[in-house]
Design a protein around this ligand. Sequence first.
Ligand code: AHG
Ligand code: MN
Ligand code: MN
Length: 330
Amino acid sequence: MTPPSLENLTTLRAHLDAQKLDGPPPDEPGRDPGGLAAVIDAIALAGKWIAHKIRAARIEDVLGEVGDVNLHGEHQQKLDVLSDRVLLECLRVRRDVAVYASEERDEPVRLSEGGRYTVAVDPLDGSSNVDVAVSVGTIFSVMRNVAPDEPSRSLLQRGSRQVAAGYVLYGSSVCMMITLGNGVDLFVLDPDHGEFVLVQKGLRIPESKAVYSINEAYWNEFGDELRSYLGWAHDNGYAGRYIGSMVADVHRTLLKGGVFLYPAMRKAPEGKLRLLYECNPLAMLVEQAGGSAATGHERILEIEPRELHQRVPVVLGSPAEVDAVLRHFR
Ligand code: AHG
Ligand code: MN
Ligand code: MN
């Protein structure tokens, strides 16, 4: 990781501009500089605001539950709702997002008529951890709006059609991991200047690492294949690491290697994690970094989504480690 220095200080905006992404629509040169760069920039702005809110949460009393449950029947944290609102508003003004979908909203929100992109987000992932100061994150997935007449249909494209994906991790530092389809780049928020600066370009996940990340409390719910893998891992000296925020567990896996699993279980045959705004974006990042991402039976990015909040089992991480799991599923 190359710490930013005066010679190579690259901000997120400069990095995005250098990628020559879509500019404003040719037929509307005066239109705000839309395009993919503006969409990512809007998410980065929302991420800075959310990071600040999380740091100040206990002081500003925005911790704790709203007292309501979302469509998944999960207790909404105040910060879930706040994060969702700021992401929606930051994207609304950029005018190139046709539709916004969120874990916290039953239905998508129509934004700019003629917008070229759709955005699906998990506004605050791992939010049950936020009250105990454990890392949480925002996950985002960007697709092209291929159905201008009915943009919601554009949300239900397979993950391999994503044009960008990533997360903002609110941890000991605020990190932004992004892929635009040609590799993975890591930025860190410089708190003194309020800028995300590039710290690693073309990040590659380690080929293997004897670390697995799973909530073993569900042992009684696991199928025989998974128990067989875990028995093999125990016999082969694997370490366990589980934070309980997917973004934090996947960030560690991308940087250090290993495998993250949220499997199908008897009580949850599709697992817990949502395809469109958790598994697809994180699967794209992991694959772009040289890793693998599967359900146990198929590649995550090839799943044809049926509905917005569809759940899928997920095994992702270092290629050798995902293979070690899948050998027990064959
Ligand atoms: P969210 O807070 O967006 O609902 O996501 C929580 C998810 C994910 O971050 C994490 O991997 C998983 O829940 C942990 O689930 P368990 O507590 O069942 O292990
Ligand atoms: Mn989540
Ligand atoms: Mn969430």
